[in-house]
Design a protein around this ligand. Structure first.
Ligand SMILES: N[C@@H](CCC[C@H](N)C(=O)O)C(=O)O
Length: 280
């Protein structure tokens, strides 16, 4: 099976061109290929598929085999992949995902893709959309206190097509990240687990963050997570609607436009190509 390893500021996935044929047993394949010792190694797998309603369709599986509804970093990488591998020279490119069609714009430097801007659509704070278990009758969950074995934290729930819990802290160095991340991912407030972002506001236009992703664990970056964090920061008055999000693997520029759409701009990188012998 041919594959291409790519990353969006360190969020690394194994990309499989499924324009002609589709592998079977995808959760098993994702677990096997993502294994950093026994497989190719990655945060999961991404399938580039034909679409009847857009230029391409993305399917994305986390390294634990769960399928995600949206992935910001993978959508940027797909834009670069289809351009560089001559599958399309459209710009913008329409990408079908489980959370709707996303519009990907290539920012070119000559013939090279310098960065990609993704129209991530509108965020939702509605608990039913995330989904959050609604035990208090409130429509949204903004800075709700959650008591954990590792201390009390205020959580804001945001959907970017997938579920996020954003927690602002004074200093990222001071949190018990490895314990708190999985605890919060699996907390019973979420109906289907959630991606957890820990964020420290450095200035009105700069936020530093670390991500614990649902189904993968810590990743060096999360595009949807960066967008959710900017939205949570803006609605709680910590920053304006535009900021640079500094993740462990690099920076993303995020803007929450007046029309409600969130625009994300960042790099996409191809690392290597290979042929994989399937074990499962
Ligand atoms: N890394 C991603 C998000 C991947 C999916 C997520 N773990 C989920 O289960 O929702 C991104 O860049 O957005």
């Amino acid at each position: 099976m041919r594959f291409t390893k790519m990353h969006g500021i360190g969020n690394d996935y194994i990309y499989i061109d499924c324009m002609e044929s589709m592998p079977d047993r995808l959760p098993e394949l994702a677990r096997e290929m993502s294994d950093r010792h026994m497989g190719v190694g990655g945060d999961g797998i991404v399938l580039i598929c034909p679409s009847e309603i857009a230029d391409f369709r993305m399917r994305m599986f986390n390294s634990d085999g769960s399928e995600a509804r949206m992935c910001g970093n993978a959508s940027r990488c797909i834009a670069k992949y289809v351009h560089d591998h001559n599958l399309s020279h459209n710009n913008p490119i329409n990408l079908e995902t489980l959370s709707g069609i996303k519009v990907l714009s290539l920012n070119m430097a000559g013939d090279n893709v310098k960065s990609v801007t993704v129209d991530m659509g509108e965020p939702s704070l509605n608990k039913d959309d995330i989904p959050v278990v609604n035990d208090d009758g409130e429509r949204c969950m903004i800075e709700k206190s959650v008591v954990t074995p590792y201390g009390e934290y205020n959580v804001t729930a945001v959907s970017m097509g997938n579920p996020h819990g954003v927690i602002f802290v004074d200093n990222l160095e001071d949190i018990p990240f490895e314990n708190l991340g999985p605890y919060m991912e699996n907390h019973p407030i979420w109906r289907d687990r959630a991606n957890i972002e820990f964020a420290q506001v450095l200035s009105s236009g700069v936020i530093k963050m670390r991500v614990w992703e649902r189904g993968t664990g810590e990743t060096l970056a999360c595009g949807t997570g960066a967008c959710a964090t900017l939205v949570a920061s803006a609605i709680t008055g910590r920053t304006g609607r535009m900021a640079t999000l500094k993740l462990r693997g690099g920076d993303l520029d995020i803007e929450w436009m007046a029309d409600g759409h969130v625009m994300m701009t960042g790099a996409a990188t191809e690392v290597f190509q290979g042929v994989y012998r399937r074990q499962c």
